[in-house]
Design a protein around this ligand. Structure first.
Ligand SMILES: Cc1cc2nc3c(=O)[nH]c(=O)nc-3n(C[C@H](O)[C@H](O)[C@H](O)COP(=O)(O)OP(=O)(O)OC[C@H]3O[C@@H](n4cnc5c(N)ncnc54)[C@H](O)[C@@H]3O)c2cc1C
Length: 464
């Protein structure tokens, strides 16, 4: 058994690994369950399989076809978005939807039906997946598309890797004239300010997202900086490509696990104050390469180590517009009161374009993501409270970021759960899946948490 981490490094679990090397190979026969694993950029336990086997897809890394005239690309599921961009961006194409890191695989992007800064215009990644092959543990293979095996298509997009292994996929890319983005940064003084400027930006800007100072209180609650942008028009063609596009290396690295005391209320407050005020309260425009615009965090290798050895939890929710103002206020106030500063907090809007996956997370409203260092019970209790506030507001929490969601909340957030369950491969499972469906729990949750972990929060004790 080997320990393999998700991005949040919590929970720590023991599991076997099996490296896949060729897309036509059969799945291995193993004791215990199987789970595909991409680059492990999910934060919690949806990419972990305690006591079972992870099918490592990084060996499925080949391109199969690319048509530079239409922008249709077909590749194996372990190809990363980074690798795709290196091929297609210089040829005038870009990903139709991209998350905040390019170090994710195509299979992982489909299984979480990821979203980006353009949800209001483009919806989710799954909408651009023309077809893929699904390999089941009984050896059957199906091509899935909106008009071919549509149920398998809907179950597998956003299906958390539970319906089988995606071996290859075909994606429709989007045209760009050059690799540059015209970006504008707009400060907003509080949550109302964010809602106004974000909604107003949707008409003229393809990409929007905001950094929020989660420690600001009172009238400044929810203040931050909104980043909005569009790919630059043809008059900017011909500028030399920035180094970051070619190297995709990482400039900085976090060399070790940082001690827990480094991230405290004072240090985060100071950082937030400086970050907010460097803008001088005025909008700023600049031309930037797509890499720093879409992937600022990728420039720091292993940045997840700043949270120390115990890792961190990310909480990402979406709440409908009708409840957003009050719910987000409460969520920000609760997290600020909790004494656990979120180092990185992001606000975005989701438009009304329906997601193709039955379990897809994005839905119309406002989404807030926050990172909390894992301080045991105190952090779990905070995240559990934020979960409760989200549910009360009629929202949902993102499984790709989650490590604590209760079965009751999962059922409330994903009403198509029952329908989905009929498509789960009987040999596939994950730590997340067993947690939110405790009936089929084959072993104790305490073991999944690791022997050193403190007792779980009360709501989880109830389901053991
Ligand atoms: C810095 C950072 C920023 C992020 N920003 C965003 C964002 O803006 N929007 C967003 O939506 N997400 C975001 N994420 C989350 C990330 O995009 C998703 O978790 C993504 O799915 C990770 O892909 P992966 O290849 O690392 O897959 P893993 O994390 O290894 O696995 C994710 C899921 O995919 C399944 N899977 C993987 N490969 C296959 C396959 N071949 N067949 C079937 N199932 C498979 C796994 O079983 C698992 O359920 C971010 C993550 C980080 C670290």
């Amino acid at each position: 058994m080997k320990s393999r981490e998700s991005w949040g490094r919590y929970p720590q679990v023991e599991q076997q690994t099996h490296a896949l090397v060729w897309r036509t190979d059969a799945l291995p026969r193993k004791d215990g369950s199987l789970l595909p694993h991409g680059l492990g950029r999910s934060y919690g336990d949806s990419c972990l399989n305690a006591g079972g086997t992870l099918l490592l897809t990084s060996g499925l890394d080949r391109f199969i076809a690319f048509d530079p005239a239409t922008g249709v690309i077909r590749c194996e599921a372990g190809v990363s978005l980074d690798t795709i961009l290196r091929l297609v961006a210089p040829r005038g194409w870009f990903l139709p939807v991209t998350p905040g890191t390019k170090f994710v695989t195509v299979g992982g992007a489909i299984a979480n039906d990821v979203h980006g800064k353009n949800h209001h215009r483009g919806g989710t990644f799954g909408r651009f997946v023309r077809r893929f092959e699904l390999l089941r543990s009984d050896g059957s293979r199906r091509v899935c598309a909106p008009d071919e095996n549509p149920d398998w298509y809907g179950a597998t997009i956003g299906g958390l890797g539970l319906t089988g292994l995606i071996t290859w996929a075909e994606v429709q890319l989007t045209p760009i004239s050059n690799p540059y983005v015209l970006q504008e940064t707009v400060p907003f003084g509080n949550l109302d300010g964010f809602l106004d400027v974000a909604r107003a930006s949707e008409k003229d800007y393809e990409f929007t997202m905001a950094w929020v100072d989660c420690l600001a209180r009172g009238k400044k609650l929810g203040r931050g900086l909104l980043y909005r942008g569009n790919f630059a028009p043809p008059q900017f063609d011909g500028l030399p490509l920035a180094r970051s596009h070619l190297s995709h290396g990482v400039g900085l690295a976090v060399p070790m696990d940082m001690p827990a005391f480094c991230l405290n209320r004072l240090s985060v407050s100071a950082f937030n104050w400086l970050y907010y005020h460097r803008q001088n309260g005025k909008p700023k425009q600049r031309l930037t390469h797509y890499d720093p615009f879409f992937y600022p965090l990728d420039a720091i290798y292993a940045w997840n180590r700043i949270y120390g050895r115990r890792g961190f939890l990310q909480f990402q929710c979406v709440v409908p517009y009708s409840t957003a103002r009050d719910a987000l206020k409460e969520i920000l106030e609760r997290s600020s009161r909790g004494g656990l500063p979120s180092f990185l907090s992001v606000l975005k809007t989701f438009g009304d374009i329906p997601s193709p996956g039955w379990l897809s997370f994005p839905r119309e409203g406002v989404t807030l993501a926050m990172d909390f260092a894992n301080r045991g019970e105190k952090t779990w209790k905070l995240v559990e409270d934020l979960d409760r506030l989200t549910r009360q507001a009629g929202g949902a929490v993102y499984p790709a970021k989650d490590a604590l969601m209760s079965p009751e909340n999962f059922a409330a957030y994903f009403p198509q759960r029952e329908r989905f369950m009929q498509y789960v491969d009987p040999s596939f499972s994950s730590s997340f899946w067993r947690r939110v469906n405790p009936v089929s729990l084959p072993f104790s949750l305490a073991a999944e948490r690791g022997e050193t972990a403190s007792p779980p929060p009360r709501s989880l004790l109830a389901i053991r």
